[in-house]
Ligand binder design. Structure first.
Ligand code: GLN
Length: 370
């Protein structure tokens, strides 16, 4: 099991925090006559003095990765606002859709960012990856007695399969599955303890104590979460929820309301790209085998009924959320977070998916080969 971080490293902060959208130093260096003084950009590191990253990244250098994400940002700017912001959670409907951020953290610990990478957003279903990791740490393989490992082919909040399958959800990433996973993590705890445990875990894997839960989002979802109440009541009727429905959903809505930036999220996913160990903090979060299996579930189930299409066009394990974020893992290479609030028809970020397709094509990082 994971243990609490004793010293929080802040060594890989490469960007000015409150001045989105971020323009990279490499990009700024290409702008004629720009300097840290006249462009208003803080040059957070000296490009010329940095060594090229690594064998693991197949000869892709630091400048290559930064140029690739700068190019992606350029391609996304004319498309800002595409898709539809999730409005069934009133607090999410207030978010400005014309935003796009991307952060790539490599297994060598370098972070590259472009766009609104320092703006916190609601990670929503991406939290299901972290809650599943916690549940597996607590209950091991017994998790799979209560939730399956198959793609659903249905929308994230669908109820249709549950009756046929006796209240056992298809996988831990559809809402019903994630609600069961929250119930598993709650065993022996008050709801607020389970929420605290998840928050500390996410802070630990991201190596960042400043991550918070946005209570306004949790409250907003609780006030309108009729469908999740229906799913939870249905599963409780089959005996697959062990705690009162309001308590389990209280935990579930708070986990979904975690607010993180692309930068923080890319660091939080790093253990999955590096065989279970966060190379920045040196902490082993899970075994290499478990990391591999969580990645497998993300690849097959992480985008609901868009999972096949995401595997086809991006080819990376990924998990989306209706806040417009996507966490994608390039095993052995990098953890990538993208965010843009407008969603496609199946509830995944429209620009985020397009950006990751570009990234996979240009880096050759697809798990299926270049
Ligand atoms: N909190 C959201 C819900 O339960 C999560 C859905 C998602 O991000 N796909 O509806």
């Amino acid at each position: 099991m994971w243990e609490r971080a004793s010293n929080i490293s802040t060594s890989v902060v490469l960007m000015p925090c409150d001045r989105p959208p971020y323009i990279s130093p490499i990009r700024a260096a290409m702008i004629p006559h720009s300097s840290s003084r006249d462009s208003g950009i803080d040059f957070a590191f000296d490009v010329a003095n940095r060594t090229v990253v690594t064998l693991a990244n197949k000869g892709l250098g630091m400048q290559d990765i930064q140029l690739i994400i700068d190019r992606i940002y350029d391609a996304m700017v004319p498309r800002l606002g595409e898709g539809k912001v999730a409005d069934y959670i009133p607090e999410l409907a207030k978010v400005d859709p014309k935003q796009f951020g991307i952060a790539v953290t490599t297994v060598e610990g370098e972070t590259f960012v472009a766009g609104n990478a320092e703006v916190p957003f609601s990670i929503q279903s991406i939290s299901k990856v972290f809650m599943l990791t916690l549940a597996l740490g607590k209950a091991g393989e017994t998790v799979w007695n209560r939730v399956g490992r198959e793609p659903s082919g249905s929308s994230f909040n669908s109820i249709v399969q549950l009756e046929h399958e006796a209240g056992i959800p298809r996988n831990p990433f559809v809402n019903a599955g994630a609600i069961v996973v929250s119930d598993i993590v709650m065993a022996g705890h008050q709801p607020r303890e389970a929420i605290g445990e998840l928050l500390r875990f996410v802070q630990y894997v991201a190596d960042d104590d400043s991550i918070i839960i946005d209570n306004a989002v949790a409250k907003s979802e609780n006030a309108t979460g009729y469908r999740n109440y229906a799913l939870a009541n249905f599963m409780r009727s089959f005996g697959n929820l062990h705690h009162p429905v309001e308590n389990v959903l209280g935990v579930y809505f708070h986990q979904c309301a975690l607010a993180m930036t692309c930068h923080q999220l890319s660091r939080a996913g790093l253990f999955l790209a590096n065989q279970g160990r966060n190379p920045l903090s040196g902490h082993t979060v899970v075994s290499a085998r478990r990391a591999k299996r969580i990645n497998a579930l993300m690849l097959t189930c992480g985008h609901y009924d868009g999972s096949g299409d995401f595997a086809y066009s991006v080819g990376l394990p990924g998990k989306s959320g209706v806040g417009g974020g996507i966490l994608a893992i390039a095993p052995g290479k990098a953890s990538i977070a993208v965010w843009s609030p407008g969603l496609n028809k199946v509830g995944n970020s429209a620009l985020g998916s397009a950006a990751l397709e570009m990234l996979a094509n240009q880096t050759g990082w697809s798990v299926f080969g270049a």
